[in-house]
Design a protein around this ligand. Sequence first.
Ligand code: NAD
Ligand code: MG
Length: 392
Amino acid sequence: MARRRITIFGATGSIGQSTIDLIARAPQDYHVVALTGGRNIARLAADARALQADLAVTAFPELLEDLRTALAGSAVEAAAGPSALLEAADRPADWVMSAIIGAAGLAPGLAALRHGTTLALANKESLVTAGPLLLETARRHGARILPVDSEHSAVFQALTGEDHSAVERVILTASGGAFRDWPIERLAVATPQQAMTHPNWDMGQRITIDSASMFNKAMEVIETKECFGFPSDRIEVLIHPQSLVHALVGFADGALMSHLGAPDMRHAIGYALHYPARRDLPVARLDLATVGTLEFRAPEPARYPALELARVVMEAGGLSGAIFNAAKERALDGFISGQIGFQQMADVVAATLEACAGQGGLNNAAMTLENILEIDHLARQRAGGAMARLQA
Ligand code: NAD
Ligand code: MG
């Protein structure tokens, strides 16, 4: 059997490393076309060597020499910068993992879809900023998008063989993040360090903070609407501290189909890797007798204002998702650098959505990559302005 050609965008990150972990267990099955990363050149070079990749790309042009040095004596080609990422996406592959963090993941994913490649999509920002464009590109080129976010993989699995028109509701679960049990008054003084300790999942730094603020879940609600086409009022969020039930799908007959599993992203990644087959995966098996209790409760709106902002975005439609995501990314930078407080992230995003809505109707402009990049840029500026006003 021919080896499957694999490319991993964001190979040095949390999802990228879990993907490599799965592939490295059966190297004879895969031909690694390209691995891409950012500043962690040592990791990128070591993995590219070990997996005998054709190409390694760092997103940052100034690191090209470092990458070349790290790959010296190997057969791996080195390249750098956004155009090199697109060239990596142009190399024929059978399966591409989209695991760059942030809006930077959109362009490479779109490029891969244009070749009809199967895209395993961890980069939720792609669906939030450009869901219709992504789906249309996949449709036109006969490409398949497989969700890798754990909740969306769970929904996808619960929907297998079902009639989508019989779906009454989709429930995404959320751990509630680091501050789930804090008194709300204390959130004003929460630090990035405190926000980075996730109760259940071991993830990248940015998404862990987004879990504490529930911006991550807000993004996932939008992602659900875009990925599966369910109306926004059928998508619910439930706090589930154990993170063992990843999502539930409710049908017209009242049945709820749920997906349970250990909080390990290698499940969703492995499912997308072997789809439609189910193969043995190195994830812990749940012992429900030991778990004993599964808890659920409704999220408090005052603690998680990001959830309401997701509703605003879904109602507005158009390029609002791109504004929302860009403002959120900028606000998160501001929180990490100490410019604004934890709760002010939602204030910044709300102010940016409002400011951009009045901006010559740009949020209603056609959904093209150019317009998305333009409004992304504008929203980051507006968010920067909103942060400066908060500090004043
Ligand atoms: P991470 O921060 O651990 O890794 C991000 C990767 O993207 C790294 O390889 C980094 O070098 C690369 N990168 C960063 N900035 C870049 C840029 N400007 N251009 C190109 N590459 C860049 O992130 P992660 O936690 O692995 O998350 C990756 C994606 O998967 C995100 O969209 C996230 O929302 C989603 N996701 C992650 C998890 C998780 O468990 N970590 C779960 C569900 C979904
Ligand atoms: Mg998720």
